[in-house]
Design a protein around this ligand. Structure first.
Ligand SMILES: Cc1ncc(COP(=O)(O)O)c(C=O)c1O
Length: 451
């Protein structure tokens, strides 16, 4: 297996940076102007993570492509880190939003769309009762609060190297067997071991040890890790997680925000999981702020037993704009007409093609890397073997190769997510888009090895 020549990577990055500057003069000017009024020079702090000297400024997006203010066209494999997984501006959603916009955005009253979406979520994920939020973060926050209220227990368990949004309890990590705040955790309210236990995915004895204390309200898990590359569960892992949660009286929250890539009902449907809560956001309304959490009949009963209706508006669950008419119109159109069962078949087939293309490049160049796929989501990791837990996947990140590959692709019209190496297929992504990536990826690999 080949070793990567590090000084060569440094030189290639410098060359790509120069190309980036040439291709993005207008974006560069706008980025300079933004520094005067925006913290960090960007509307949201993560936007400083893009490769190149600054984020590129977008003119417009349609389907799986977008165009920047310098006139460059891109194939978008990042798709708003799943927010745009339905493709940009899908016509059915645009039409529904336009129709609803003319009839009012938000009233804090229900309309028929809410029931339609609730039914559709129940069909897809198999849990019958739903509530809406404006983000996946908030769906997770609400599910955790209910779990604590129902069980009267303080703690939650999460996977090492998970990400579930800006939920205080989840921004934790395992360090020498101890739960501590994750590096970069801003303004944590309390030390993380007071709220949280972190276990590795696929470590059932570790999970049992975390649950035996009898103080865990809920396990909040992605079915597969997707925020440190993809780490898939071992065969039988989820059945055992379910059994342990039941045995020790903890509720099981499955976060499908990213793993919906596995199919129309996420991994819950595709793998026959049996959670107490399902949470999701991002793609539900094609990127219009929307999120949801659903629960089983058993949990609904417990929720009702613990509900103080008189104080529902100040109990820490909900939000004034949650379940607003615009968001629900977007969800109904997106679920009903864009992210359909048929669309997923096509997206997953493209995911397979993408994975094969990447694997072909890696194998033929003897690169010490591998590719992993979850439905229409694919990642490449910088280690030869598949990672079986978060720590192994974290060790497969590479601070030099990441920016090189992202910049190389960007300079040739392909956008990957800025964090690790994720590519996502939308209903609008084409075989030509995927093959173009394979071709550019091969060129990148050849430059890297000096072929
Ligand atoms: C699995 C998972 N859950 C929840 C979230 C939070 O989503 P949002 O930032 O839209 O609230 C994320 C964000 O990346 C995520 O990856």
């Amino acid at each position: 297996m080949r070793t990567i020549d590090r000084p060569r990577v440094a030189g290639l990055i410098e060359r790509e940076r120069a190309t980036f500057r040439q291709r993005h003069t207008r974006s560069g000017q706008l980025a300079e102007q933004a520094k005067r009024s925006l913290l960090f020079g960007v509307p949201m702090n993560w936007m400083t993570r893009w490769p190149g000297d600054h984020a590129i400024y977008v003119d417009r997006a349609a389907g799986a492509h977008f165009w920047d203010v310098d006139g460059n066209e891109f194939i978008d494999l990042c798709l708003g880190d799943t927010g745009g997984m339905a493709g940009h501006a899908p016509q059915a959603t645009v039409d529904a939003i336009a129709r609803q916009a003319g009839k009012g955005f938000t009233l804090m009253l229900p309309n028929e769309d809410a029931t339609w979406v609730g039914n559709e979520m129940a069909r897809r994920f198999g849990v019958p009762y739903w509530q809406f939020t404006l983000s996946a973060t908030d769906a997770n926050r609400c599910a955790i609060r209910w779990a604590r209220e129902i069980t009267r227990r303080p703690k939650i368990v999460v996977h090492n190297w998970c990400y579930h949004g800006t939920v205080d309890e989840t921004i934790a990590i395992l360090e020498n067997g101890r739960t501590v705040a994750r590096q970069g955790n801003i303004g944590k309210p309390v030390p993380l071991d007071q709220t949280t236990r972190v276990v590795e995915i696929n470590d059932l004895p570790g999970l049992e040890a975390a649950l035996t204390h009898g103080d865990v309200a809920a396990c909040l898990f992605e079915p597969a890790l997707t925020n440190i590359g993809i780490v898939l569960p071992d065969a039988g892992y989820h059945a055992a997680v379910r059994e342990l949660c039941t045995r020790y009286g903890a509720l099981l929250i499955i976060d499908e925000t990213h793993t919906i890539s596995a199919g129309p009902g996420g991994c819950t449907k595709a793998w026959g999981l049996d959670p107490d809560f399902v949470t999701i956001g991002k793609t539900l309304g094609a990127g219009i702020a929307s999120g949801a959490y659903g629960m089983t009949e058993r949990v609904r009963q417990m929720v009702y037993e613990h509900t103080d209706s008189k104080n529902a508006d100040v109990g820490g669950i909900g939000g004034t704009l949650a379940g607003n008419a615009l968001s629900l119109a977007a969800m109904r159109a997106t679920l009903g007409q864009v992210m359909t069962d048929e669309a997923f078949e096509q997206m997953i087939a493209l995911g397979e093609r993408f994975e094969q293309g990447v694997r072909g490049v890696i194998d033929s160049r003897w690169l010490p890397w591998h590719a992993v796929r979850l439905g229409c989501r694919v990642e490449y990791l910088f280690r030869p073997e598949v990672a079986s837990n978060g720590a192994e996947a974290a060790a497969g990140q590479d601070e030099r190769l990441d920016p090189y590959i992202h910049l190389y692709l960007l300079n040739r019209g392909i956008l990957m997510t800025p964090f690790h190496n994720m590519a996502l297929m939308s209903p609008a992504t084409t075989v030509a888009d995927v093959d173009r990536h394979t071709q550019v990826y091969a060129g990148m690999a050849d430059e890297l090895i000096g072929a």
